[in-house]
Design a protein around this ligand. Sequence first.
Ligand code: BGC
Length: 537
Amino acid sequence: MSTDWLRDAVIYEIYPQSFADSDGDGIGDLRGAIDRLDHLQWLGVDTIWFNPLFASPFADAGYDVADYLRVAPRYGTNDDLVELVAKARERGIRVLLDLVVGHTSIEHPWFQAELNADGPSPEGDRYVWADDPPLRDTSGDIPGTAAWVRSPGPRPGWYLKNFYDAQPALNFGWGSLPDDEPWRDAVDAPGPRRNRESLQEILDYWLSRGVSGFRVDMAFSLVKDDPGHVQAIALWREIRAWLDEHHPEAVLLPEGPEPRTDGSLAFSADFFLVIFQAHASLFDSGFAGRLPFHEPMEPFFDARGLGTTEIFLRHWDAARDADPQRPIIMASADHDYDRLRCGPRTPEQLGAAWTFLLTWGSIPSIYYGDEIGMRYLPGMPDVEGAICNPAYNRAGCRTPMQWDDGANAGFSSAAAASLYLPVDDAPDGPTVAAQRDDPGSTLNLVRRLIALRRDVPVLGGRASTDVVHGGYPFAYLRGGTHLVVVNPRQQPASLTTGIAAAAEILLGEGCTVSPSDAGIELHLEGFGYAVLALQTQ
Ligand code: BGC
């Protein structure tokens, strides 16, 4: 399989609504993104992941697709996407799209056809319909999110949704088929088979146009009531086998760690997103809110210094033990939660986080704007389903990219009131332009760390990662030759490493190193960080 390129990738997630608006309608678009490819090249990232770009009524920011084969007109045309993919490739940048295939929009013609029929489709239903609201809990991966909605007619009965009511679940069949719920289809029934075929067609369509793969939304909940996700994984294995034959370089990235079943892995990586405790335990202060299954905890990367790396390391070790070579993607943040900079966090606190994210043995995924320390903005309006419940607001991490000190921070020429979401109006709000000229900026630190990761391959996604100290300061060895140390708390922290070597600081702030008989001694000021090359004597 030649998806090996992923192990050296540095991903950059673009929420298209908010990245760059070229036509002045207040919403980002593909032409705007094309115009900003230079920024990404300068930064050093080599893989873009776009949130959904497809035709949609945007009840859930495009995670409600009405046509998988058509770019939403507000973003441009399919040709624009093809042009973007080609221009990105000229700069050594690949493009990944978001595949939201567990459900569609209610406006998708597939759903409209079944909604307007008076009974099951003779070719097999693409959606899950039942005459009476079923009694069993059919929740998928995300507790409480899968539920039944009364048909708005003419089709009688109820349909299964995945997230919002406007997102009916596609029918990929069921893992168990109890006699008293005859409406459940087996995974190889005609309806699920039609959907599998369509899934392959969608992949083929975009991969044939130069796209390098997909981040797959809710990938493991395609098959319902599927203990251990065995059937869902079998489906994805089938897709992987087909990709290996037709698009061998294409990657599929899941939303989270891939459940381990017997046999080969279907996805190209595990993904530690904020939604998962492993990531949340490091970074999430809960400023965007919490889902019911998120345990509140003090994140490790926080000034108070009350967190722990234990949970993260447990998940990391489990994934590494299961497959030592597997890429594990670790996001700075994403479109569903806090940003790296949220609540009272200041820019000086970000250095430790970035040093970790860009030198740990994972594949980094940088959420747009995090590279300049854009803030999570509380109290943003409910745009396109951003507010899931009163205590959980995703809009604060979806505000427009701050490019320069022009109108709307250079994001758009529209009137401020017509913007997708308000721009951060803090007088000291970070911008790309200001930070490019400032050698001490977050932006230049991120750029230097990416460049260092490329210059020193053991800092990348392939070499070993060995924890030297899991508390404050957090210290780990990469490839046995480089030591990274970060102190995310305000209070200083010291460590005697037991490593007998001379050490040269390649990049750092607030770190002093002194050799001693007991091994290298490190002293970190509050929020200090350093990457050191070791020379064993
Ligand atoms: C996406 C969310 C979306 C949900 C439903 C998640 O994987 O990240 O933004 O609302 O799926 O599609």
